[in-house]
Structure formats: C-alpha cells, structure tokens
Write a protein that binds this ligand. Structure first.
Ligand SMILES: [Fe+2]
Length: 385
C-alpha cells in the first residue's frame, strides 16, 4: 500500500535569513502565536513584527503558550483572535506554539466546533476561509511547519490529542536556522533525535513510496552529519540550518508516509512518565529497528548511508549517536523507578497497541511483543525477537 496524495505547504522558504521573506507576504492583520520568552529575548518577535509592518500588515502577539499546549490556552487564543480578526495566523517558536496556533485556527474558522468534534482523524472542515497559516519553527524536530498534525493536551483528563488533518498543513513554512540559535543543548539533542525517528519510521512505513523515501534518506544523512555539531556549537549556522532542513524533510516524509511503533510506544512514555518526546523516541528507536528488521529489509539502505550494511549496524549507529548526545540509553537510566514502571507496564502496552501510529508499522506486533520491547528498553537490553 502507498499513500495516494502528497501534501505540502504552498511555499517553504528555507535557509538562513529567510525570515526576511515575511516582508513579501500579503494581508492586513497577522496574529502571532508564540511561547515563553526566548523568541522575545532573541529579538525574533520584534523582527517579525517589523518585517510585517514593511508591507503594512499590523500584528498582535499572543504569547505564553506552554510546552504541551492545553485546550484552555487554545481557547484563550481563540478569544483574542476573534477580537483581532486576523487574515494571517503565524505560529512562531517551538512546536507547542505552532501546534497551539493550528488548533486556534480551527476554532477561529469554526467557532461552533468543539474539541471532541475534531479528534477523529481527518474530520476538520476546510480551513482558509478567514485566514492563511504561516509556521516559523525555532526548534528542529517535529516538522510541524509542514505536517498535518497538532498535538493538544487535555490536562484534566491527562490525555494528549493528536489532531490530524491535511487542512492543518500550513500554507507557508519559513525554515530559517538563524532562529534556532537560542535552542538549549538538550532540546537540540531531543528534537534532532525526534526528527531521526520521523525519517526512520517514514522510510519503513507501509505507506512509504518513491516520493517520501528520498526525503527520509536525505534527512537521515544530514542528521548523522550535523546533529552533534548543532548541539556542541549552538551558533554554528551551517549545522543549525542543516538540522532545520533535515527536520523539515523528515516532516514532509512522515506527514505523507506516517509513522510506526517508535511513536506509538513513545507517546505512552510521554503521557504516563513525562519523558520528553525526542528522548523517548531515542531510547526506543534501536530496539524498534531490531524488531522491525524481521519484516523489512529497508534498514539496510539506511545503514549504507552511514557506510554500514545491516539493520543491526544501523541500530548500533543510532546508539552511538544517542550516547554522543548524552541522551539516556534506557528507561531505567532516564530515571523511572522500577515499582512505578512495573505498575504501569500493562497500561502503556495497551495504549501503545491502540495508538494510531501503530497502523503503518511494517511489522504488526502482539501486545506481548510490545510489552517485551518496553521491558528490554527499560533494562537497556537489545531486542532479539
Ligand atoms: Fe515525533
């Protein structure tokens, strides 16, 4: 099976300094959604507003979107949006800001809509009746600037809802590595490894095809070459831009080919134990490669990109990269106590089996196998089944 469509933003500006392209944008009122203070401190928000102003676009800044944005934050933003009546919405910052902005966009266009109406995949009505969407990421990992996904959290229920619809694919993405210089080292590592999980999963997905494969391969090649430098030298613009591009290419690959078992299992480590998403992926990824390698020979292509031959060598290269980036090698090493782990293992196994990402995995696991993979990843053992 392969995907029948290939969805992209209308324009992806990429390269250092491409934030300047904002002055070519047409419209009247831009609503900028952003997170904490880093974009303000680094002057990116002011620069964004100044560039818009050059084309006589007035702007309003909605700030303070938290990590794992809540439905309350989204609804607060929608109220401000209704008052301001923008014809451009800009998600600026980490993936939380862009994801929150995407969700606000839906409720702004359809004020009667409730969160539960849009939880079923591909249920969002046509957007762009009131505003177009521009995504400007400041981290290099989720690829949300090009994807059909927005993850919103219901804190009362403790549930993360991935809203999925090609309507949510931004109209314009600006992939400017200069903006990433303020990203802390551990965020650079986690988000970069998230991007690696995206391209690795997209490449072996049951929906992968000749459109998504080259993007996934290119992205993997760039991540192995540039991620350690991006972490060690935060102001190295070549490495920052390469990682930003790699993350975007991985995003294009996975928004069209979808993901697999790494994400299905990582979502539960995030939801239950608050393991950062990219860190959870990095812990699971080598063993997921080992498990899936019984059902696909495509990891050998990825090994070849790194001068190696086998799926096992590809898994080992991921482990080497993970160690270099000082990311924990096991769930235990991350710091989850054994009693907590044992108490939740059955529940996270059940949830991983039901996760939407599992559907495109090249090998269909049983619940017992997922539980064993979790346990091996807890202990830092290599999967051999
Ligand atoms: Fe991810």
């Amino acid at each position: 099976m392969s995907a029948v469509g290939f969805v992209l933003p209308r324009i992806i500006y990429h390269g250092t300094g491409t934030l300047e392209k904002l002055k070519e944008i047409s419209g009247q009122k831009a609503f900028i959604v952003t997170g904490g203070s880093s974009m303000k401190k680094s002057g990116v928000i002011k620069k964004t507003q100044d560039l818009l102003q050059k084309n006589k676009i007035t702007s309003f800044v909605f700030e303070g979107v938290e990590p794992d944005p809540s439905i309350e934050t989204v609804l607060k933003g929608v109220e401000a949006m209704k008052e301001f009546q923008p014809d451009i919405i800009i998600g600026l910052g980490g993936c939380s800001s862009i994801d929150a902005a995407k969700a606000m966009w839906v409720f702004y266009e359809y004020p009667e809509t409730k969160l539960e109406d849009i939880i079923p995949p591909f249920s969002i009505q046509p957007l762009r009746q009131k505003a177009k969407f521009i995504a400007i990421p400041s981290t290099s990992g989720t690829g949300t600037e090009v994807t059909c996904v927005s993850v919103i959290t219901d804190r009362k229920k403790g549930v993360k809802y991935p809203l999925v619809s090609y309507e949510l694919t931004p109209d314009i993405a600006i992939v400017d590595g200069e903006i990433c210089q303020s990203m802390p080292a551990h965020v650079t590592a986690h988000t970069g490894l998230d991007a690696l999980a995206h391209s690795t999963e997209a490449y072996v997905s049951t929906l992968a095809d000749c459109y998504t494969d080259p993007l996934a391969r290119q992205s993997i090649d760039m991540i192995f070459k540039f991620l350690p430098t991006a972490q060690k030298e935060p102001n190295n613009l070549e490495a920052r831009q390469a990682m930003h591009d790699a993350s975007c290419l991985a995003g294009i690959a996975f928004t069209n080919a979808l993901l697999g078992i790494i994400h299905a299992m990582a979502h539960q480590l995030g939801g239950m134990f608050s393991v950062p998403h990219g860190c959870a992926n990095a812990i699971l990824m080598p063993n997921a490669v080992r498990f899936n390698s019984k059902a696909t020979s495509k990891y050998q292509d990825l090994a070849k990109l790194l001068g190696k031959q086998s799926a096992e060598e590809y898994a080992a290269e991921i482990e080497k990269l993970r160690a270099e980036l000082q990311v924990p090698e096991s769930i235990k090493a991350y710091g989850i106590a054994e009693a907590d782990w044992n108490a939740k293992l059955d529940e996270i196994t059940k949830n991983a089996m039901a996760d939407a990402c599992m559907g495109a995995n090249p090998r269909t696991p049983t619940a017992e196998e997922v539980k064993r993979i979790y346990q091996y990843c807890y202990e830092g053992k290599q999967v051999d089944f």
